[in-house]
Every structure is written in structure tokens, then in C-alpha cells.
Design a protein. Structure first.
Length: 220
DNA sequence: AAAAACGACAACCGCGTGGAT
DNA sequence: CATCCACGCGGTTGTCGTTTT
């Protein structure tokens, strides 16, 4: 429909941001940058970037409170679980994880989780088993009291109070991957079941896994 | 040691949406 | 109601570091 481009691509700098640019943008936004629209920000902050680029840099990298470390196992579970529920709604998924951005979640999904799921025989798009092994389907275990099987984890949203019983999210997914080679700081829980609760934003999520499963950085 | 391949992530792009006029 | 504008979202690409050959 003949939209106007977001910026003059001829005059605007592109590519990776330098520390100096980061500094300028962060200082400007911290001062009173959010009182004007993003389009005006680069001009006022003395940057040769377009407003869109500034907004992206701020929201994905410079914004206070961002967690730039790798996702924890609990966060990975949450991402997989939320993706099964929401699909590629990265911003919605990111909103459930404090200090994470949609871009971060999206990249993590595309580069790591996707491969893990494929390696486990699960279609990342549908969360259904790949190939003819239909018996692996999560729906096939819809008993009232599901007994978690080898490598299976369950995540439920913890009730906000003792009266409030209904978990907003409650389901399980198969997990028979091996993470042991990936994180040195990980702790192995070689047998039996392991349960915990992790704080994500202002909410608490319970998780449980039986049998061989690695749990890292959970702080529970 | 050098080149090629691969992986991870930052950044860009186009489109949709909602508010203002 | 139509149009403009700013912003946010999701998909894609580019860049750089690491690993493999």
C-alpha cells in the first residue's frame, strides 16, 4: 500500500551497535528519552540510526532488568510449554519470563530448543511426535493421575493462594533429551522424581520430573 | 595453519494494529 | 469514516566466533 519507509536508508547507519552508540542511547533514554517518539530519538540523542533501530536496541539489549544469561532449564520448559499453547507468539511467551525479550526467546527457540525437540522425535511446530511413533503422543496419556514416564516433565502454574486451585496451565510433554553435556553447572537427578517451584516474573511455576532428568540453576 | 562449514545471536525488514486527527 | 503515524510483532538475514576438515 506504498508505505513510507521507516527511515532514510541512505543516510542511516546500519550493522552492529558500538559501545559509544549504546552509551548515547542509554543516557538519552534514561534522561527523558521516552517522552518523545522513537523517530525523534536518534536525532535528539545524536545517533545516526533510525528510530526503529533505536527502539529495537533499547528493548532487546539496553533496557534495564534484562537477563542476558542463557535460559535455565525451567525457563526452557516454560518456553516449550507456552509455545505449545501459544504458537510463535514470542512476545507473549517472553512476557511470561521476566527479563527476557521476544527476540531472545525466538532466537533461543530457533537455534537450540527446536533442534532438541527434533532430536527427541518431536515436531517443534506442532509438538506432536515426528514419524510413525504415534504412541509417543502426549494425548495418549490422558489418565486422571498421569504417571510420568522416562524423561517426562510436568509444569503447572502454582496457585496464587491456597484457595485458588485451578492451574492456568497444566499439561505435560515428553522429554528424553540429554543435557548433561551442555552445562557444567548442572546438577543431575539420576533417578526417582524431582519436584520444584521456580519464580518467573511475579508468578510461581511448579515442575516435576521423574527418572533421569537434569535440573540446572533452579535455586529451589 | 588455512579454509570451509556451522552455530548463535544481533539486527533488519515488512506488515498489522491501534490511537489520533 | 478515512487517513496518517508510531509502535510492536514475527520472519528473515547478516555478522562474527567456533569447530571441523
Amino acid at each position: 500500500m506504498g508505505r513510507r519507509p521507516c527511515c532514510d536508508k541512505q543516510r542511516v547507519k546500519r550493522g552492529p551497535w558500538t559501545a559509544q552508540e549504546d552509551n548515547r542511547l542509554a543516557k538519552f533514554i534514561a534522561a527523558d528519552g521516552r517522552r518523545c517518539c522513537w523517530r525523534a530519538v536518534p536525532k535528539l540523542a545524536g545517533l545516526q540510526r533510525c528510530g526503529k533501530s533505536c527502539r529495537l536496541r533499547w528493548t532487546n539489549y539496553l533496557r534495564p532488568g534484562l537477563n542476558h544469561s542463557m535460559l535455565t532449564e525451567a525457563e526452557e520448559w516454560l518456553v516449550i510449554h507456552l509455545h505449545a499453547k501459544l504458537g510463535n507468539r514470542w512476545s507473549k511467551i517472553a512476557a511470561e519470563l521476566s527479563g527476557r525479550t521476544d527476540n531472545q526467546i525466538k532466537n533461543y527457540w530457533n537455534t537450540r530448543i527446536k533442534k532438541k525437540l527434533v532430536g527427541m522425535g518431536i515436531d517443534p511446530a506442532t509438538h506432536e511426535p515426528l514419524g510413525p511413533t504415534e504412541s509417543m503422543a502426549p494425548e495418549s496419556k490422558s489418565d486422571d493421575k498421569p504417571q510420568l514416564q522416562e524423561g517426562e516433565a510436568q509444569i503447572t502454574k502454582a496457585a496464587a493462594s491456597e484457595e485458588e486451585e485451578q492451574p492456568v496451565l497444566s499439561s505435560s510433554f515428553l522429554w528424553d533429551g540429554d543435557f548433561s553435556a551442555e552445562r557444567e553447572e548442572s546438577a543431575m537427578f539420576p533417578c526417582g522424581s524431582f519436584e520444584g517451584c521456580v519464580e518467573v516474573g511475579d508468578e510461581f511455576w511448579n515442575f516435576r520430573c521423574d527418572s533421569l532428568f537434569e535440573c540446572a540453576e533452579l535455586g529451589v
